[in-house]
Write a protein that binds this ligand. Structure first.
Ligand code: ARG
Length: 458
């Protein structure tokens, strides 16, 4: 394959170095965008009468054929291609001959790779947002199915207070909504058309950058040619959005793994997403959730790699920047996988037991309800907290349940205790008793489910 820059070299490149520097293995992902970018560029060159009309027509015809081949999956990348830009150029030259050589007028691969990447990020931000919505919908269906299930809510991984399982599921719907906002912003941050920056200084030809921007669907053009080819903020924005998304995914996975253990016994993970053990016949392991939890580490690593790669690079373009693609594509692919798998897996989750059904419920879950009981009897909260703390200690030391302490004994802790105190020991009452907006009260949780269903309707 003929290089895009052979002229000033007497020797050909070292074979090992050639292989090492080639990015075609991963930047072929940009093939479609590269052709679309070139089509717009060439149309602009023709409109501005910078290249011969005949050559521009031949190029456009050739590029359109290549685009079709790419979409069909029949685009052939030549042996020894350096990157996607040279691969497309070589293919075009093969198809239309010398006219292809006009295509790269007033353009460098530096602004070309930037426009390709921006189009990719723009598309992926939209596609991922749509996939996140599907994951939210499957969370909503789980929340609806499991609406009667009350579980011990945790803080510090210790049982804290009774909550609706659905309330916890909905908290992930909220998180995913914020992920969509971040993805959207990443899509916005790449909405600046860099073509025309060329290598770094712009061009001596009277090009029409607004026209190219319009053809490519960008709302504005970059205003500094140096910044245009040096900027990878939009890559970082995308990597960051995905990293935060994976932080949420990993917390969800961890919750589901915990809840599926025999110790918690709250959910069953669908068998299609589990594997067994080669030695312990009884095992059903939550591997899908574990691997997705681990994907968060890879998403963070991708973000950090590009952050560190960019740090301290002198302006403008440097070849170091080539590796941003590896990390970006990897994070996007992992996010796509995660979303597809999670959406299916969540549909299959069976929430199976409710604390209300369980024997031997840990009554410390009602400690705040007990303190609030005393507050309703007129005590200051701090005082009530102290009394229930001492009562809890007393019961722990005596190995008895708080609900089994007779009123006469309770009165030694506070005169405010009465026989109605025992009514608080119901998980249903506890959740029903919550009144604040956004709380775990089942009426409010149902309302929130409905408002999400409405909001996520197409
Ligand atoms: N493969 C390169 C990259 O991804 C394309 C730009 C090459 N530019 C250059 N001056 N060598 O960054």
């Amino acid at each position: 394959m003929k290089k895009m820059w052979g002229g000033r070299f007497k020797k050909s490149q070292d074979r090992l170095f050639w292989k090492f520097q080639s990015s075609i293995d991963y930047d072929k992902e940009l093939a479609e965008y590269d052709v679309i970018g070139s089509l717009a560029h060439v149309k602009m060159l023709a409109k501005c009468k910078i290249i011969p009309l005949k050559a521009s027509r031949a190029i456009i015809r050739g590029l359109e054929e290549i685009l079709k081949d790419i979409k069909k999956g029949s685009f052939k990348i030549g042996n020894n291609a350096e990157d996607i830009h040279s691969a497309v150029y070589a293919c075009l030259k093969n198809k239309i001959g010398a006219s292809a050589d006009y295509m790269h007028t007033a353009r460098s691969r530096n602004d070309q790779v930037s426009v390709d990447m921006r189009m990719y990020v723009k598309d992926k931000s939209c596609a991922l947002k749509a996939m996140v919505t599907e994951a939210q919908k499957s969370l909503l269906s789980l929340a609806e199915r499991a609406i009667d299930i009350i579980i011990p809510g945790l803080t510090h991984t210790q049982q804290a207070m009774p909550i609706l399982f659905s309330h916890q599921v909905l908290s992930y719907v909220e998180m995913l909504e914020r992920d969509k906002t971040r993805l959207h912003r990443a899509g916005e941050s790449c909405d600046e058309m860099p073509l025309g920056a060329c290598a770094l200084a712009g061009t001596s030809f009277a090009i029409d950058r607004q026209y190219t921007a319009k053809l490519l669907g960008f709302s504005k053009i970059s205003q500094n040619s140096i910044d245009a080819v040096s900027d990878r903020d939009f890559v970082l924005d995308m990597l960051y959005s995905i990293a935060v998304f994976f932080m949420h995914v990993s917390r969800f996975c961890e919750d589901m793994i915990l809840f599926s253990t025999s110790e918690f016994g709250i959910i069953q993970i669908p068998e299609e997403f589990c594997t067994g053990s080669s030695i312990m016949p009884q095992k059903k392991n939550p591997d899908a959730l574990e691997l997705l939890r681990a994907s968060s580490a890879e998403a963070y690593a991708n973000l950090y790699s590009v952050m560190i790669m960019m740090k301290g690079l002198p302006l403008s373009y440097n070849r170091d920047m080539q590796i941003d693609k590896k990390h970006l594509f990897d994070s996007v692919k992992k996010a796509e996988y995660a979303l597809d798998i999670l959406t299916k897996l969540i549909i299959g989750i069976k929430a199976e037991s409710s604390m209300g059904d369980k024997q031997g419920i840990d009554e410390s879950l009602f400690a705040l309800d007990a303190a609030d009981y005393l507050v309703r009897k007129g005590l200051a909260f701090k005082n009530a907290h102290d009394i229930i703390g001492r009562l809890t200690l007393y019961c722990t030391e005596k190995c008895i349940k708080i609900s089994s302490v007779p009123v006469s004994r309770l009165k030694s802790f506070s005169k405010a205790f009465d026989s109605d105190f025992f009514k608080i020991f119901s998980v249903k009452k506890s959740v029903m008793g919550k009144q604040s907006q956004g709380s775990t009260n089942p009426v409010l949780v149902k309302r929130r489910i409905n408002s999400w269903v409405q909001k996520l309707k197409p």
